[in-house]
Design a binder for this molecule. Sequence first.
Ligand code: UDX
Ligand code: UDX
Ligand code: ADP
Length: 453
Amino acid sequence: MKIDSICCIGAGYVGGPTMAVIAQKCPDIKVTVVDLNEARIAAWNDTDLNKLPVYEPGLAEVVKEARGRNLFFSTEVDKAIDEAQMIFISVNTPTKMYGAGKGMAADLKYIELCARQIARVAKSDKIVVEKSTLPVRTAEAIKSILDNTGNGVNFQILSNPEFLAEGTAVQDLHNPDRVLIGGNDPEAIQALAEVYGRWVPQERILTTNVWSSELSKLTANAFLAQRVSSINAISELCEKTEADVSEVAKAIGMDSRIGSKFLKASVGFGGSCFQKDILNLVYIAKSYGLHEVADYWEQVVIMNDHQKHRFAKNIVRTLYNTVSGKKIAMLGWAFKKDTNDTRESAAINVAQDLINEEAKVVVYDPKVEKSQIEFDLGNQSEAIAVETNPYEACKNAHAIAILTEWDEFTTYDWQKIYDSMLKPAFVFDGRNILDKQKMKDIGFVYNAVGSSN
Ligand code: UDX
Ligand code: UDX
Ligand code: ADP
């Protein structure tokens, strides 16, 4: 079956960029991205490409090329479902905050709503593709809803998890390590493989059964997060022993069995996936009675929480055990560089801990809006200020904390910043991006993650 019409439900960090690239690479396929959120769709349609709801390097160019040609953003969900042969579900699956599995399980209510909507609207056969990260065996639930509430048409379900990382989404979509398609209908699998086959080499398109595909996504994120927690655990030991975590990471990373990636010690991992997916994995393990498996993976999240709190505690301790009334400049709010996404960002926890110690926190981030920072802090938002100029943010500060590894931070005039601060001038580099020796030569008291001063 040749696909000529695709619909994607959910115009977020995954759905937006993924569909933009599919539309770019397949000019003959009509791709419609729909969302209930009118403001979000309006932003995707904005003529000012700086206003797209998702910031990703290179994304504006892709949208510019395809939008209006074969890429459309709309709030007319039913119409788009009706027209499409293939429907991607790319809605949010946050951690459930109520009832059974509270704080751990994935909340599938948005997925179920989508399935019911597809079933109600579809008048012809459809291939339904799970793009959102889902617990293993979700396809079973989707299939049951589609088959029991539909209009008698035939549905095929595929799992096609997205492995793009934010900040490099366009690059990852253009040149993926692999595309994973799980399914049990060869024809449906082939139809989706042909879409990706327009630009992804055949040997990188991997097909499996649906359950392996669903579980592989959770497993990939768990393994990646585990590496960060593992190196972060070693970072604390380094600080006590005069070992240097960057040197340790380099030394172990050169072992080809270990590899060099994802070994950067940091203030802790963030993002919409790692914590959520591991907690989900833990919950699934528990639900099968596999308590050792659950405990093993849960420790990755516990270590990450520890790393975030430890960073804030270290600031307080170093500033003579009190930050009350002291100005602390936080550089970076996004969970990593080159994205405006702040979900689960370590910066949020660090700010909360510092606010609880009555610090005067001032935040600067190159891409995150003030309103987002205030939203993330909820009723604590009145305790902080947001600056649009980094030099203003640092002026008269007792300390600077670096939370995100934005490249621009390394290009600042650090002498000028030092001159404008109270002395001793402290820097807590949660990403190890600045040159330790240079900072010390200027006069800063410089604290990195995973090395003693
Ligand atoms: C290990 C380290 O590899 C080596 O660098 C160090 O100097 C000494 O310890 P060794 O114990 O000889 O070497 O063997 P290794 O190949 O690492 O295997 C260790 C155990 O892990 C074995 O029982 C092996 O069967 C098991 N293993 C290894 C797995 O079960 N799965 C794997 O993917 C790899
Ligand atoms: C992740 C996966 O990489 C991606 O494949 C999946 O599809 C979604 O989840 P993402 O959350 O966008 O992507 O970013 P990633 O680059 O994985 O970083 C996650 C967090 O780990 C960030 O907060 C990052 O700063 C942190 N991290 C990463 C480290 O602290 N050290 C590292 O060495 C690598
Ligand atoms: P992700 O990072 O997984 O892309 P986002 O939260 O950025 O997550 O995006 C998910 C999008 O899905 C949101 O914009 C949300 O409004 C949208 N969405 C959720 N449920 C539905 C639904 N039933 N119909 C249409 N859009 C939906």
